[in-house]
Ligand binder design. Structure first.
Ligand SMILES: Cc1cc2nc3c(=O)[nH]c(=O)nc-3n(C[C@H](O)[C@H](O)[C@H](O)COP(=O)(O)OP(=O)(O)OC[C@H]3O[C@@H](n4cnc5c(N)ncnc54)[C@H](O)[C@@H]3O)c2cc1C
Length: 771
């Protein structure tokens, strides 16, 4: 490299001839694993380069060091100059351009270069070989060098692109990067005969993603990350379109294992382990669940007893059933974050997390650690889940993740949070990031299923009205529209809700945490339940074809259904949601006293005048039913009514002598109904807010019926309750049903535009029936 008098960088002729190839490879801002191996193997083989040039070529082919904006622009400008100088009758190849640019550079190069003739057939042949290999990888990128990008290549309508951009927000770039990576041949999905083969494949995939620095995105800069949880969540969501074993193992390694070190450890743990977790140099597990204790984390039995003389914790599994169960990465992991009851100086301080080495550098188990494979599962067989037992395993005091509780050399315990309950919930609360991400991957699977079912419904025909008329398209049957369009609308609503939740999480303050935990528990539950239901319906909508492995539903169904259980069982989480809503309500009353009571009474009176008067409860005109005002009012009414009645019931029960626990059991189903109403209302508000932020009328036209269909199908689903409450009269209930049918027909006309706006590329949908 030389600096010219005009202070411009001038690369040697040898490097100059490679610039078109590097530009092509990096044009989509990502070097896929195959591009890396091609460039690296070939660069060494380019006999005409000097050693320095070979070194530079190797640097430019490192996936974790993309060219900065300055270098990339320099490549582009050099390339454009080369194109301007081309006077051949055909369009130049990258080799043509490279050779031309090398010749130009040779004229200006200040010094010797070991090539006299750049048209030497041996040089041409080497460059052409490299070009052919790179070009075959990503034709779109290659074309875009010469032509303006064309929407015809993918056949996606402009409205879909606009909507996709609107939904992606600032994360379109990272999603695109991951999609490009996943288009590389190394990410080819196939059916694996054994769990071992599948797990080996998933491990290789994770390594490829770690090399691209995808795993460490949420970690601090000094640990190799970008401090960007938003990007991490977008990567995780995108992996959900491809292979859920990959998404889950990725989440276990970087989100649970690394995430626990990040959230529960302090600087010393970050320095020692976080970088290694992010690069996968240190594969690890998150070992919380035990055979006897899953949802009840406080009941865990594994012990961590402090031995002050040795300055060590002794990690021990007291009974066979206290063994850690279902632990992801148990077979590939070398270290585990183990949750155990901390005892120091004879006092139990509750559950804390410890870093416990499991295997040595040769991958042999360390003394005192026993691991068993959980074996084949209903799905996710690419993830190595196992059971782990510890027999008096000693770890240094340093290995306690001590952000919320520490033990001094002599065994004295200290914590910034005095109350043990508060400490426990704060500790678990810091892990809420997983609960924010998991439903996004689950929803990706549902969006894939809906896209496949819609596309199939638009090509498959069955039955015709007469012998001379063509058979009817499946999606033209009102029943088919009724089955799929509400799912499509709800997928949009949840997508927008989950992205808003991610945003709230990213910009959280200490005071927001309680509400964010409540929202994360609720949205995780509702989105993953939805995914399970939607995928089943979409499979059925594709008939027997949906049952073939190649059409994706087998894996989508099998791999997502456990999303309703891990990261917290949904039914248990929904009770947390109800408790969160109740305590926010009680807090308001405690803080505001009589003012709050007056406000609620006023609200109730107002509702009975404006929403529950005989005119409104019978109102059936379209304008009213499709108005966001009616829809939001109805959702808010349901939540409020369930909340008041629940809090009153609980108060009366406690007054009559029930313990708080017994009163909670008595009202358990009421609590679940409140939690659902809370999430549904929050999602509708998020959707409404997003639509209001749209500047483009075309976007509003697309999303308004989506909102109405989400809202009215939900009201229709609870119509028994609304009728009981006399919030609607039978005539209005019927009108809502009819309007849902009409909205289904309206969305059927927009189904392709809407499903394309999910932005799932064909290579990820990868179902022959969805071509
Ligand atoms: C594939 C997979 C991967 C996993 N990976 C990990 C991992 O990496 N690390 C880890 O620590 N754990 C992991 N787990 C464990 C997972 O987190 C637990 O399965 C989950 O927390 C539920 O616990 P459980 O299975 O013991 O169910 P239980 O808690 O026994 O629940 C069983 C049923 O009882 C119901 N129930 C329980 N309590 C109540 C209540 N109070 N009120 C009403 N109903 C109730 C639940 O709704 C559920 O239907 C994984 C599990 C699976 C299946």
């Amino acid at each position: 490299m030389q600096i010219t008098p005009s202070s411009e960088i001038a690369f040697s002729p040898g490097i100059q001839c490679l610039i078109p190839l590097f530009y092509a490879a990096w044009a989509d801002r990502v070097l896929t694993p195959t591009e890396v191996s091609t460039l690296r193997a070939k660069a060494d083989d380019l006999f005409f380069l000097t050693d320095d040039d070979k070194q530079l070529a190797l640097e430019w082919s490192s996936p974790s060091r993309p060219p900065d904006a300055f270098l990339f622009r320099h490549w582009e400008q050099t390339l454009r100059k080369g194109m301007d100088a081309w006077n051949g009758s055909r369009r130049p190849t990258l080799t043509d351009l490279g050779l031309l640019m090398a010749e130009q550079a040779a004229d200006q190069w200040d010094g010797d270069y070991p090539v006299d003739n750049w048209q030497d057939p041996k040089i041409v042949q080497k460059l052409q070989g490299l070009e052919i290999q790179l070009k075959s990888l990503n034709l779109d990128t290659y074309r875009s060098l010469f032509d303006a990008p064309s929407t015809e290549i993918t056949g996606i309508a402009p409205e879909s692109k606009v909507l996709q951009k609107f939904l992606d927000g600032p994360y379109g770039g990272i999603r695109q990067t991951v999609q490009t990576l996943l288009s590389d041949p190394v990410f080819h999905r196939r059916h694996y005969d054994t769990k071992e083969a599948y797990r080996g494949q998933v491990l290789d995939w994770i390594k490829a993603l770690a090399r691209q620095k995808m795993g460490a995105l949420a970690y601090p800069h000094e640990c190799g990350g970008k401090n960007d949880m938003g990007q991490y969540a977008a990567v995780f969501e995108t992996l959900g379109y491809f292979d859920l074993s990959l998404a889950v193992k990725f989440g276990v390694q970087f989100g649970l294992f690394g995430g626990a070190i990040h959230a529960l450890g302090t600087e010393r743990h970050h320095k020692a382990f976080l970088g290694k977790a992010g690069s996968l140099e240190l594969p690890g597990c998150f070992a919380m669940t035990e055979t006897d204790h899953g949802s009840n984390v406080r009941g865990l039995e594994t012990t961590a007893s402090y031995d002050a003389e040795a300055g060590e914790f002794i990690i021990h599994t007291p009974t066979e059933e206290a063994g850690k169960e279902y632990i992801g990465n148990a077979l590939h992991g070398r270290m585990a974050v183990v949750f155990a009851q901390l005892t120091a100086a004879g006092t139990n301080h509750g559950v804390h997390a410890f870093l416990v080495p499991m295997r040595d550098e040769n991958h042999d188990l360390l003394p005192g650690v026993r691991v068993e494979d959980c074996g084949y599962k209903l799905g996710l067989n690419g993830v190595d889940n196992g059971r782990i037992w510890f027999d008096h395993v000693r770890v240094p005091r340093f290995n306690l993740l001590n952000r919320f509780g520490d033990v001094g050399e002599s065994g004295d315990y200290s914590s910034p949070i005095q109350h043990p309950d508060k400490r426990f919930f704060t500790m678990l609360g810091t892990l809420v990031g997983g609960r924010v991400c998991v439903p996004r991957a689950g929803l990706s699977a549902a969006k894939t299923a809906v896209t496949i079912a819609v596309r199939y419904g638009l090509r498959r025909r069955q039955f015709s009205p007469g012998p001379t008329t063509p058979e009817t398209l499946l999606l033209d049957y009102p029943s088919h529209q009724r089955r799929l369009m509400p799912l499509l609308a709800k997928a949009f609503a949840l997508d927008i809700g989950l992205k808003k939740l991610t945003d709230r999480y990213l910009h959280r303050s200490e005071a927001d945490m309680r509400e964010i935990e409540t929202l994360a528990a609720g949205l995780k539950s509702c989105a993953t339940w939805f995914a399970t239901r939607a995928i089943q319906e979409c499979r059925e909508a594709c008939g027997g074809k949906g049952y073939l492995w190649e059409n994706r539903f087998a894996d989508l169904k099998a791999d997502t259904e456990i999303f309703t259980t891990f990261e917290g069982d949904n039914t248990v989480l929904m009770q947390l949601v109800a408790k969160g809503v109740l305590s926010a309500f009680q807090k308001e009353f405690m803080e505001e006293g009589a003012r709050a009571i007056l406000r609620y009474v006023g609200q109730r009176i107002n509702t009975s005048f404006t929403e529950q008067n005989p005119f409104v409860t019978r109102q059936t005109d379209k304008e009213h039913l499709l108005s966001s005002e009616f829809q939001l009012n109805a959702f808010r009414f349901r939540e409020r009514r369930l909340l008041y009645s629940l809090s009153q019931r609980l108060r009366n029960l406690v007054k009559s002598g029930f313990s708080a626990y017994a009163a909670g059991l008595e009202c358990q189903n009421h609590m679940l109904a409140l939690a659902e109403a809370f999430v549904e209302r929050w999602v509708l508000e998020a959707l409404d807010e997003k639509i209001s932020s749209a500047q483009d009328a075309a976007l509003t036209d697309l999303l308004d019926p989506v909102r109405s269909l989400y809202a009215l199908q939900t009201i229709e689903g609870h119509k028994g309750w609304y009728l009981e409450q006399e919030y609607i009269q039978p005539v209005k209930s019927k009108a809502i049903r009819k309007t849902v049918d009409e909205l289904c027909l309206e969305l059927r006309q927009k189904a392709v535009v809407l499903t394309d706006a999910f932005g799932i590329p064909d290579h990820l949908i990868a179902a022959p029936i969805a071509v």
